[in-house]
Design a protein around this ligand. Structure first.
Ligand code: FCB
Length: 455
């Protein structure tokens, strides 16, 4: 028998759950909110699984009091959520919507009243559509627009919010949204990706500086998607392909923040950034973050490919490898979290790591008021154990947030993959705590969780 106990991580380790505005709030046109790129992207037929959208989502905009109470009843002490920029500044720049601010005031106050610590992400992908019409992330002016938004948020909420994250996974919103076109705003190719990447990287650091100026006592981080990348074979070509993909997935936004610049030696196509470069940008890209948020779900296996432009590498899908999979088609590979924690901690300027997302979607069935999601329990447990292992090796990883609290809108995949600890019936908005939610509750309560090594 093995045992997992929260106390193995010490009293200062932060346990929580993560969410994002567009995936949960709904209230898409409530109280003066402006349109976001996701409101518009989901309207176009064929973009999203079954043409679903986040207009109502989990109705968290109205149901947050009950949801936070449920969170408290599960003894979850930290809650990471994002602010919707178009709720606060509907046109992206200019007039502030006080009703939008009021909503977040109420949400933050309610968290604090319940003894739940709010962790706020400034940007989790819902750019105001009015800015997209001016070029959005591809327009250098986004640096000024984002700064104005960051300042508004710092001034409004900084007296109560002590933990901030500037961006959520810049690699994903630039890669999926500006190169592949499968996420909002649906832009494609390097002509969109390179400027979006550079402006996002500048905003990442600029947002940190603005928060620091207004809130000198706050803990300021940003979050990165991270995946262990391994070559399919030991051939030099596959190995080099894996090195390139690792640079793209794991180094592209971290290294400029650390003052190391973009990984242009490994990825020469990044030299095209020169076109968008302004003097002083090397300094502008760097910021001394208090913590780095890592969001780790799986690993990637890479083979060399002549067909993929710029990167000459391709992913070998998990479905082709006969490995355990989640509903997203992602391999279940808990060691990825350990490997990534080691890899990121090896940078001397990374001071502290918080796992700001980790979780899984499986086929859940609600039967007689119960969801027996044993595979999710095993997934969470095995990943948390890898974090313990990394801590034993001296990695400064001091927090873990499950993605996610309730089932919600999973971007291009719609409502099909359910990641929640709490099941949501999207017809009735009924919440049911899954077995995994009860399991996480037991962990939060400091109980010993016993399990056999195989199961
Ligand atoms: C991450 C996103 C988050 C969620 C999970 C499954 O990439 O940050 O919003 O969709 O994946």
């Amino acid at each position: 028998m093995h045992t997992l106990n929260k106390n193995d991580f010490g009293p200062d380790f932060r346990w929580g759950v993560s969410t994002a505005a567009y995936q949960t709030e709904g209230g898409h046109d409530a109280d003066g909110k402006g349109l976001s790129v996701w409101d518009v992207f989901t309207r176009k037929k064929g973009n999203i699984f079954r043409n679903q959208h986040g207009n109502t989502a989990c109705d968290f905009y109205r149901r947050y009091p009950e949801d936070l109470q449920l969170m408290q009843s599960l003894h979850i002490p930290n809650f990471r959520f994002s602010l919707a920029w178009p709720r606060i500044i509907p046109e992206g720049t200019g007039v502030v919507n006080t009703r939008g601010l009021d909503y977040y005031h109420r949400l933050i106050d309610q968290c604090l009243q319940l003894g739940i610590e709010p962790w706020v992400t400034l940007y989790h992908w819902d750019l105001p559509y009015a800015l997209e019409r001016k070029g959005g992330w591809t327009n250098r002016d986004v640096v000024g627009w984002f700064g104005e938004y960051a300042e508004t948020c710092a001034q409004a909420f900084g007296d109560r919010v002590k933990h901030w994250m500037v961006l959520n996974e810049p690699m994903v919103f630039t890669g999926a949204g500006h190169f592949l076109g499968i996420h909002a705003p649906g832009r494609r190719w390097l002509k969109n990706f390179i400027p979006a990447m550079h402006h996002a990287a500048v905003c990442q650091a600029e947002g940190g500086r603005i928060l620091r100026t207004h809130l000198p006592g706050a803990r300021i981080g940003t979050t990165f998607s991270a995946s262990s990348v391994q070559p399919l074979t030991e051939s030099p070509r596959d190995s080099q392909a894996a090195v390139r993909v690792d640079a793209l997935l794991n180094r592209l936004f971290l290294e400029p923040a650390l003052g190391l610049g973009y990984p242009v030696q490994t990825l020469p196509f990044l030299n095209r950034v020169e076109k968008y470069w302004r003097s002083g940008d090397d300094r502008k890209l760097a910021f001394d973050f208090d913590f780095v948020g890592l969001q780790i779900y799986t690993r990637e296996i890479i083979k060399h490919s002549w067909f993929m432009p710029f990167i000459n590498a391709d992913l070998v899908k998990a479905a082709k490898r006969r490995v355990p999979l989640t509903l997203m088609g992602w391999e279940v590979y808990p060691e990825s979290i350990y490997q990534m924690l080691r890899q990121y901690a090896a940078y001397p300027r990374v001071k502290e790591i918080i796992v700001t997302e980790n979780g899984s979607a499986f086929e859940d069935t609600l039967q007689e008021g119960r969801v027996q999601d044993d595979r999710r329990v095993a997934y969470l447990r095995d990943h948390i154990r890898q974090i313990k292992r990394a801590r034993a090796d001296g990695v400064p990883v001091n927090g873990y947030f499950v993605w996610t609290f309730t089932d919600n809108f999973e971007w291009a995949e719609g409502y099909r993959p359910r990641f929640g600890l709490v099941h949501v019936d999207f017809e009735t908005q009924q919440r049911t705590v899954k077995d995994s939610g009860r399991w996480y509750q037991s962990l939060m309560e400091g109980r010993n969780l016993n399990f056999s090594p195989s199961g």
